[in-house]
Design a protein around this ligand. Structure first.
Ligand code: EPU
Length: 417
């Protein structure tokens, strides 16, 4: 199993280019199931979750997916079988995104229930009840969701709570339903908007994406399309925080700073020196940081996917910072690893209190999820001596060539097999 070895203390300088968003490309790939036309996607990050989604689509019937650098072409002319099996879904919960498209186009789906993961229980009840509202019959048995339907029929649906993949699943399903669907309390994430923009290119009639209420007028069929995936705001935020901690002078380019308004505000409030210039953020390191509190929230609030990385920054800030994780019930698995590196953190339930600044010391650490791994890489960049990050497969799920990008900025980092 691969490890990342990082020697802390190098100053980062230079420009890093952000890849396409993992959480936008996964629903975009699932949308290939909605049409017998070809989908061409650009700015596709080469990360393991994308490979897993390719495997899911092939299992369902995609023929000869063509990968060409950061572009890919996918076509699903017909269904080989309606099942997304346990072995694939357990690797990646986002496989559940095939549920809506399968029922909408083929009238049946059998998708393994994702179950919990390291960061929480993560139920999919809202996906299922919304599909039922569109007319699908859903049975849960033997760890699988079995869904069937004639043509789905548009309905008025209010999500109990904001759900990103839930909104995406139903947006896709409703695009092929008969009549109009109104979705209320939708997720506002840029990845939802990117999916709506792809679906619109495919012929869907969608209004209001990016707001609480999305209206979809169902169409009889959708066609192939070509689309460029939005930049990954979480990867951008991670490199911005690397620049705050270990820069010199770092420019993060090809990002959408407006999609990072909440985290950039909090980082500025903590004293970080950031300058926005169009699609770039310039970061000058070495600032005196002061502890600032955050509460994670659905977009446009502070993203839970940047909570762990922010915690590493707060270990270097003067005073106290209180981090409240309001989205997932167990997303503090990085706390104990940061403490092993010397951080002063106490945590109780959904709240962590960080007292800083504390010097960090390199250590052997282990991550339990993607963003926790990223926070430990950041810690490794400033830790004294070597940090060895085990279970690198977590980071490979969602960060494209992270060690190459950091190396190019001047970090001392290597992958060891
Ligand atoms: N929830 C329910 N019932 C549901 C669906 C969600 O109770 O039917 C709860 C969840 O347990 C959670 C909250 O609603 O407490 C929000 O979860 P959401 O459904 O929005 O999360 P998700 O769609 O499963 C996506 C991202 C996650 C990101 C979250 C929150 C993708 C593929 N995944 O997950 O990304 O953390 O939204 O922003 O888009 C990551 O990239 O590291 C990652 C975990």
């Amino acid at each position: 199993m691969d490890k990342l070895r990082i020697r802390g203390g190098r100053t980062l300088r230079g420009t890093v280019r952000v890849s396409g968003a993992k959480n936008a490309v996964l629903p975009a790939l699932a949308a290939a199931l909605l049409t017998d036309g070809e989908l061409t996607l650009h700015n596709v990050p080469r990360v393991h979750d994308v490979t897993t989604m390719f495997r899911v689509l092939e299992h369902l019937g995609a023929e000869g997916i063509v990968e060409d650098g950061n572009s890919c072409r996918v076509r699903v002319r017909s269904l080989r079988g309606p099942e997304a099996p346990y072995d694939l879904v357990r690797k990646m919960r986002a496989s559940v995104l095939v549920l809506g498209p399968l029922v909408a186009r083929f009238g049946r789906a059998r998708v393994s229930l994702p179950g919990g993961c390291a960061i929480g229980e993560r139920p999919i009840g809202m996906h299922l009840s919304a599909l039922r509202s569109l007319g699908a019959t859903i049975d849960l048995a033997h760890g699988y969701v079995d869904a069937s339907a004639g043509r789905l029929v548009g309905a008025a649906i209010t999500f109990d709570q904001k759900t990103v993949t839930g909104t995406e699943n139903i947006l896709m399903a409703a695009s092929l339903a008969a009549g109009t669907t109104t979705l209320r309390n939708c997720a506002l994430e840029p990845e939802v908007v990117d999916l709506a923009s792809l679906l619109t290119k495919m012929g869907a009639r969608i209004g209001g994406a990016g707001t609480d209420v999305i209206t979809i007028e169902g169409v009889d069929s959708l066609s192939g399309a070509e689309h460029t995936i939005v930049p990954d705001r979480i990867e951008a935020g991670t490199f911005i925080m690397a620049g705050i901690l270990a820069g010199g002078d770092v420019t993060v380019e090809m990002c959408r700073p407006e999609q990072l308004a909440a985290p950039l505000d909090r980082l500025r409030a903590a004293g970080a020196r950031l300058e926005i210039d169009g699609e770039r953020v310039h970061v000058t390191g070495g600032a005196d940081l002061t502890g600032r509190d955050i509460i994670t929230a659905p977009y446009p609030g502070f993203a839970t996917d940047l909570q762990a990385q922010f915690m590493t920054v707060m270990t270097q800030a003067r005073g106290f910072a209180v981090i409240t994780e309001a989205i997932f019930e167990n997303r503090f698995m990085h706390v104990s690893e940061l403490k092993r590196m010397g951080a002063d953190i106490s945590h109780d339930g959904r709240r962590a209190v960080i007292k800083g600044p504390t010097p960090l010391a390199g250590a052997q650490v282990m991550a339990t999820d993607l963003r926790a791994s990223a926070c430990l890489v950041l810690a490794g960049l400033i830790g004294e001596g070597w940090t060895e990050l085990n279970r690198v497969y977590h980071i490979d799920r969602g960060y494209e060539r992270i060690e190459e990008k950091l190396l190019a900025l001047g970090a001392e980092i290597e992958r060891v097999s």
